[in-house]
Structures are given as structure tokens and as C-alpha cells.
Design a protein around this ligand. Structure first.
Ligand code: 3PG
Length: 211
């Protein structure tokens, strides 16, 4: 496998669209449209039966795109996404069993945390890039600001409740390396197959992210 240490992905990614796809064709088309709009990586969630196949298809068709598997919650799913050739895995939450599986399987990983204790537990297991989920529900900007001094080594990718109006505020925080969410590609947009509109929205998002 050719994965890089997670730090390398963290340097490249600023915005990580979270995709839930129904077919491989849809996954490849939407990923291609996002890439054309300047997005460097996508997270495809394990929430549809086609997800594993879609992850493999996107990685094969668009090798330059960072492809992350989302909603990974156990060792079996972790092995399946590793076998699909993804660049890294993402979880909505973290358990000791999941950390053990990550150690054993060796896939770069962005573990989900929702509290300072969970963040510290993840840091004890060697993770310094963490997904804060569900970010808005657990305190959003205010929680992230509060965590920056006591957990200064932790860098977060807040996800859950972010949207086109608030994501730049998150990106301005020094302990936020990336933001994630489904707002860029709604179910409606996918339904309409308007790939040009998705590319344009991605371009606008990346422009705002760079400001
Ligand atoms: C995720 O899996 O990371 C979340 O479902 C994304 O949350 P959002 O839909 O509120 O962006």
C-alpha cells in the first residue's frame, strides 16, 4: 500500500467534502467534479452498500485525489477500506478496539472525538490530528477555542453542522487544519447530476478557504 503518514494528508487538505453515494458511477463523477473545482480530497462514508466498491473505483479513476473512507467504526470495516486502497480512514468516534485495529492494520487514520477526554485518549494513542464530531452539537467554535491551550498539540477537522456560511470561521482557528461536511454536495445536487455546478461550488469554497 502506498499511503503516506497522516501528517502529509493534513498538510494538503483544507476542506474535506463528506459524500454518501448510491453508485460507483455517481461516486466517480462527483469526485471528478470536485477535483476539477480544486478539492484535493474526499471522504466517502460507509453508509451505503456500494461504499467500499465506490472507494476503490474513485481511487483507481482519480489517483491524484486523496480518498478517505468515512464512518469506519470497527476492525472489519477498517480492513475492507484498506483493501479498497483508500488513503486514510475516518471515524465518527473512537474506541480502544478501533485504535487496536488501526495499530494492527496500519492505515493512516483520522479518529473522531467529541470531548477533551476523548481527544486526550486519542493523543495517548499517537494521534494529533482529530475529527471533532458532531462539531456544532458539542460546542463548535467555542469548544475548539477552549481546547487550544490545554491540548495545544491537537489539530482538529471539525465536521457535523458546518456549512457554506460558517466553515471559514472554523478554518481561521489555529487548531483547525481542515473542515469537513456534506454541505458541498447535497442529495439534491447528486440527484440532478449537475457536475458543473458542483465544480463551481467547489471552486468558490476553495477560494473562500484560501482567504
Ligand atoms: C460526517 O459523517 O462527518 C457527518 O455526517 C457530516 O456532517 P454534516 O452532514 O453535518 O456535514
Amino acid at each position: 500500500m502506498s499511503q503516506l503518514p497522516f501528517d502529509e494528508y493534513a498538510k494538503r487538505l483544507k476542506v474535506l467534502p463528506v459524500l454518501t453515494v448510491r453508485t460507483c458511477e455517481e461516486a466517480v463523477s462527483v469526485s471528478r467534479a470536485l477535483l476539477a473545482g480544486g478539492i484535493e480530497g474526499v471522504e466517502i462514508t460507509l453508509r451505503t452498500p456500494v461504499a467500499i466498491e465506490a472507494l476503490a473505483a474513485v481511487k483507481q479513476e482519480l489517483p491524484e485525489l486523496v480518498v478517505a473512507a468515512g464512518t469506519v467504526t470497527n476492525a472489519k470495516e477498517l480492513q475492507a477500506v484498506m483493501d479498497a486502497g483508500v488513503d486514510f480512514g475516518v471515524s465518527p468516534a473512537s474506541t480502544a478496539a478501533l485504535f487496536d485495529a488501526i495499530d494492527e492494520i496500519g492505515l493512516p487514520f483520522l479518529p473522531g472525538v467529541a470531548t477533551p477526554s476523548e481527544a486526550l485518549s486519542a493523543m495517548e494513542r499517537g494521534f494529533h490530528h482529530l475529527k471533532l464530531f458532531p462539531a456544532q452539537s458539542v460546542g463548535g467554535l467555542s469548544l475548539l477555542k477552549s481546547l487550544s491551550a490545554p491540548l495545544s498539540a491537537a489539530k482538529f477537522c471539525p465536521t457535523g453542522g458546518l456549512n457554506e456560511k460558517n466553515f471559514t470561521e472554523f478554518l481561521q482557528l489555529p487548531n483547525v487544519f481542515c473542515v469537513g461536511g456534506s454541505w458541498m454536495v447535497s442529495a439534491d445536487t447528486l440527484e440532478q447530476k449537475n457536475w458543473d455546478a458542483i465544480s463551481l461550488a467547489a471552486q468558490q469554497t476553495m477560494q473562500l478557504a484560501a482567504e
